[in-house]
Write a protein that binds this ligand. Structure first.
Ligand code: ACO
Length: 361
C-alpha cells in the first residue's frame, strides 16, 4: 500500500510459471532432473489425452506443452466450455483434437464394446458399459488402451481413487506386476529424493511392499538416478517390535533377495535413512551407511501420503508426481488441485513413459 501511495507500485506478475521457476532457483531447489525429462519428452512428443480439458488450468498446461513441443494434446471434455475458455483466455489450441464424450456416438459405442469385453465377467452389463464410457476417465483410458492416444492425464478435479479405478479396470497392471503404486519426486536443495507408495496401496502386505520396492527402484532409474532404498518404519533394525516394523523388515529381506543389484536396507526410521553420520555411528553394518538413502519406501499409505504432503507444504521442497508405477500403459493421475507447472511436469513424465513403453522398456 505504501508503495502504491508513493507512486512505486509493484509490477504485476505477468508470467507465473517464470516467476515460480525464479523463486525455486532463488531458494536453491535443483531443477536439473525435471529439465532433463522435459528435454527428453521434446525429442519425441506423444499424444496425451487430458480427461479434464474443460478446466482452465488444464487448457493452460495444454498450451504450454503444445508450445514447447512436449506433447500433442487431445482435449476431452465439454466442447462448448473448452471453446469458451480457449477464447476467453486467448489460447491458441484451435487445431487440437477436442472430444466431447456426449457427441462421440461412434467412439462411445466402440469403447462400450471394449469395456464390456473386459468387464463382462466382473458383473458389467452392456447397458452399464454404455453409461460408463460417457465418463471421461473410462473414455480416456480406452483411448490409451486402443492406441488412439499415448498417455492419459487426469485427476485435477476428482478424488484420486475415483480417477484411478477406471484406469485399473481398463488398462490394469503390466505383466509380472501385482500392484501399481505411486511415487513422488521431492526436489530439494540437496539431491532429489523419491518417496513411495504415496498414493495407492492403503496397507500393503509384506509381499506387496516388496513389489513396491522393485517398482520404485525401476522408476528411480527411469529418472537417471541410482536408487539407494530405505524401507521405513518407527524402529531401526529390530529396535522395536510390532506388525509394522516386522512387515518392513521382512519386505526388506525379501527385496534384497529378489533385487540383488539394488541397494536396499531397513527397517529404519526416516532420520536414520537420511543421516549418514547417524548411520555410520550406530549402524555401520548398513548398506546405506556410506551415502544414506535417496529413496524412501513407506510401510503404508498413511505415512507415505502424510510425509510428502508435509514436505510440500512446509519443507522448502517441490514435490513432483504422483508418478504412477506399474500400469500396463502410461496413465498419470494428478494431485487434486495441481498447479499448471505441476501438470506440465506430469505431462513430460507421461510422454517419456510413453516413449519408453514404445521401446518395450
Ligand atoms: N494395483 C493393481 N490393481 C489393483 C490395485 C493396485 N494397487 N488396487 C486394486 N486393483 C485392482 C482391483 O483388484 C480390481 O481388479 P479386477 O479388475 O480384477 O476387478 C481393479 O484393479 C479395479 O479396481 P476397483 O474395483 O476399481 O478399485 P478397488 O476398490 O480395488 O480400489 C483403489 C483400488 C481405488 C486404488 C483403492 O485401493 C484406494 O482407494 N486407494 C487409496 C487411494 C487414495 O485415496 N490415495 C490417497 C490420496 S492420492 C494423492 O495424494 C495424490
Amino acid at each position: 500500500k505504501a508503495a502504491m501511495e508513493s507512486g512505486v507500485a509493484r509490477k504485476p506478475i505477468e508470467n507465473w510459471e517464470a516467476y515460480h521457476q525464479e523463486l525455486l532457483t532463488r531458494i536453491g531447489i535443483d531443477q536439473k532432473l525435471m529439465n532433463r525429462i522435459i528435454s527428453q519428452a521434446k525429442q519425441d512428443p506423444k499424444r496425451v489425452v487430458f480427461a479434464e480439458a474443460d478446466h482452465i488450468k488444464i487448457l493452460k498446461a495444454a498450451q504450454v506443452v503444445k508450445d514447447q513441443k512436449i506433447a500433442t494434446p487431445i482435449l476431452l471434455g465439454n466442447r462448448k466450455k473448452i471453446e469458451r475458455i480457449i477464447q476467453e483466455n486467448n489460447l491458441d489450441l484451435g487445431d487440437s483434437l477436442i472430444l466431447d464424450t456426449y457427441e462421440e456416438d461412434e467412439r462411445r459405442e466402440r469403447y462400450a464394446q471394449v469395456l464390456f469385453e473386459k468387464r463382462k465377467r466382473k458383473g458389467l452389463s452392456m447397458f452399464e458399459s454404455r453409461r460408463l464410457v460417457r465418463d471421461r476417465n473410462y473414455f480416456g483410458s480406452i483411448m490409451v488402451e486402443l492406441n488412439e492416444a499415448d498417455a492419459l492425464i487426469s485427476g485435477l478435479t476428482r478424488d484420486y481413487s475415483k480417477t484411478i479405478s477406471p484406469a485399473l479396470q481398463v488398462i490394469g497392471v503390466e505383466e509380472g506386476i501385482n500392484k501399481v503404486a505411486g511415487m513422488y519426486i521431492i526436489l530439494s536443495k540437496k539431491e532429489p529424493y523419491f518417496f513411495a507408495d504415496t498414493t495407492v496401496n492403503v496397507n500393503p502386505t509384506t509381499e506387496e511392499l516388496c513389489d513396491i520396492i522393485g517398482l520404485t527402484a525401476r522408476a528411480v532409474r527411469f529418472f537417471d538416478t541410482e536408487p539407494r532404498i530405505a524401507v521405513l518404519s518407527y524402529s531401526n533394525f529390530g529396535s522395536n517390535n510390532g506388525p509394522f516394523p516386522e512387515k518392513a523388515r521382512l519386505a526388506t529381506e525379501m527385496a534384497k533377495e529378489r533385487y540383488p543389484h539394488v541397494l536396499i536396507d531397513g527397517e529404519m526410521q526416516a532420520n536414520t535413512a537420511l543421516n549418514t553420520a547417524l548411520l555410520r555411528e550406530h549402524y555401520p553394518f548398513s548398506e546405506l551407511a556410506e551415502k544414506g538413502a535417496n529413496t524412501l519406501v513407506f510401510p503404508d499409505l498413511t505415512s507415505g501420503n502424510i510425509a510428502y504432503k508435509l514436505l510440500q507444504e512446509i519443507g522448502g521442497a517441490e514435490a513432483i508426481g504422483p508418478v504412477l508405477m506399474g500400469m500396463r500403459k502410461p496413465v498419470h493421475i494428478l494431485q487434486l488441485g495441481s498447479s499448471i507447472r505441476e501438470i506440465v511436469n506430469m505431462v513430460a513424465i507421461a510422454v517419456v513413459d510413453a516413449q519408453n513403453y514404445n521401446k518395450g522398456l
